[in-house]
Write a protein that binds this ligand. Structure first.
Ligand SMILES: Cc1cc2nc3c(=O)[nH]c(=O)nc-3n(C[C@H](O)[C@H](O)[C@H](O)COP(=O)(O)OP(=O)(O)OC[C@H]3O[C@@H](n4cnc5c(N)ncnc54)[C@H](O)[C@@H]3O)c2cc1C
Length: 420
């Protein structure tokens, strides 16, 4: 039975939740909105946490996503510092950490992900990085530490390595694969990523997984690798990926499988419940079942999920071109599309000075573009991807500086600026 919507609860007080609320209000929804968020802070942006917050060039306050009166102007009731602990879709009721319940007509799940930790005893000096508290703890550790070991050469590990070097620390980046980013970007671009770090004085330990971390008197002092070699460190940062924050949905009947399962329009199997952002897994029209852990998707999917909530008959599939950026040292890296290690790669430009674009091809089609310090390239790649360009045509179009005879694609630039 469809209900008129006059009470919406958004669970997760971060990027996707804020985007969903703005879309609801932007579409003229004037009923009640409650924002339930586990963190006590007003919604803030995570990308600076591994960059400017660690180097001390941006304060915690400057990371806020919106002005302090945003919730008043958008008429949002804040329940921050409050966990959602259970959901009863039959009664349309959400249970909060303090035992209170709140009812809803519509609910947005935007609980994101949590950082994976290493197995073994807890030692001080071992950090993960997901929240502002994590970033501030790590910044303090940087101030007192001298040798940092980073476990995992993904974007977050690589950014932390760059920030640690920027504040003068000795850094070892440990990656189980042959190069950082090899699993996604493949060996050619992975090698460039590795060289970027060694050029800036990072010690790279690739090809050997970590066995454990160990220490004295409860404080970490080394990382032990699978070949018994040791990396000495007084600060260890674990960057081994994330898990969707879905434990609170146990027993609710909302389908979960490495994320909250949605249909093509971001609706879950529970009536009136949609999901968005890092936590949501959905059937992308061309890429199959995916979950995307990037900033731009959290914004766009928050909007799509809000639209699906207000328009029960909406069937328009949510099918963005995935996009992520990363800043490491003086290099801005942008990835559009879904590169895979086994894709063909064509390099345009000069990797030696970190100014190039790598085009990825799969079955004769363009599958992705990765650009280093070439901001304008990403929008071009995105339009070629949206048009389903062949790998050959994409290479020609990227060489030719003329205008592209292709429609523009909706694109939200990253918060630091233009991508054109
Ligand atoms: C250090 C760092 C750097 C990043 N840098 C980049 C970058 O350079 N480029 C890029 O594209 N992306 C970057 N990202 C990724 C980007 O920030 C995420 O994609 C984005 O934050 C996802 O937003 P979200 O709202 O889906 O989830 P999140 O931001 O994870 O927010 C989810 C919120 O829900 C809350 N929550 C969880 N469970 C519950 C519960 N049961 N009850 C109530 N609240 C709950 C959490 O506490 C959290 O506040 C970075 C992420 C991190 C951590």
């Amino acid at each position: 039975v469809r209900r008129a919507i006059s009470e919406i609860v958004v669970v997760g007080g971060s990027l996707a939740g804020v985007a969903a609320i703005e879309e609801l209000r932007g579409r003229g929804y004037c009923g009640r909105i409650v924002l339930v968020g586990a963190e006590a802070e007003l919604p803030y942006d995570r990308p600076p946490l591994s960059k400017q917050v660690l180097t001390g060039t941006l304060s915690a306050r400057s990371c806020r996503l919106r002005d302090d009166d945003w919730h008043d102007t958008h008429e949002v009731e804040l329940a921050l510092g409050t966990w959602a602990t259970a959901l009863d879709p039959g009664r349309r009721e959400l249970t909060l950490g303090d035992g209170r319940t709140t009812s809803y007509d519509g609910l947005v799940i935007a609980t994101g992900v949590t950082a994976r930790e290493l197995d073994g005893p807890r030692l001080s000096g071992v950090h993960t990085l997901r929240t502002l508290d994590d970033a501030q703890a790590l910044q303090r550790a940087f101030a007192h530490g001298s040798r940092v070991a980073i476990v995992g050469g993904g974007f977050i590990g690589a950014e932390v390595a760059a920030s640690a070097r920027a504040v003068g620390l000795e850094v070892t980046l440990i990656e189980a694969l042959a190069t950082p980013r090899a699993r996604v970007l493949g060996p050619t671009v992975g090698t460039v990523c590795g060289r970027l770090h060694t050029d800036h004085g990072v010690h790279l330990r690739c090809g050997v997984p970590v066995r454990s971390v160990a220490g004295i008197d409860g404080h970490v002092d080394r990382v032990v690798l699978a070949d018994d070699s040791i990396v000495e460190a007084d600060v260890v940062v674990v960057g081994l990926g994330v898990r969707p924050a879905v434990a609170w949905l146990d027993g609710s009947g909302v389908e979960v499988a490495d994320g909250v399962l949605c249909d093509a329009a971001c609706r879950t199997n529970a009536p009136g419940v949609v999901a968005a952002g890092d936590v949501a897994r959905w059937p992308h029209p061309t890429l199959g079942s995916i979950r995307v852990e990037h900033w731009q998707n959290a914004v766009m999917q928050g909007c799509a999920a809000a639209a699906a909530l207000l328009e029960p008959r909406r069937t328009e599939p949510y099918g963005p071109i995935p996009y992520v950026w990363s800043d490491q040292f003086d290099v801005n890296i942008q990835v559009a599309g879904e590169p895979r290690a086994e894709d063909e790669v064509a390099i345009l430009g000069t990797p030696d000075d970190y100014r190039f674009t790598a085009l990825y091809g799969r079955h004769g089609r363009l599958s992705a573009g990765v650009s280093f310090n070439s901001r304008g390239a990403t929008r071009r790649v995105t339009r070629l991807l949206a048009a389903g360009a062949s790998f050959e045509r994409a290479q020609e179009a990227m060489h030719d500086p003329g205008p592209l005879p292709l429609p523009a694609v909706a694109f939200i630039p990253d918060p630091l600026g233009e991508v054109t």
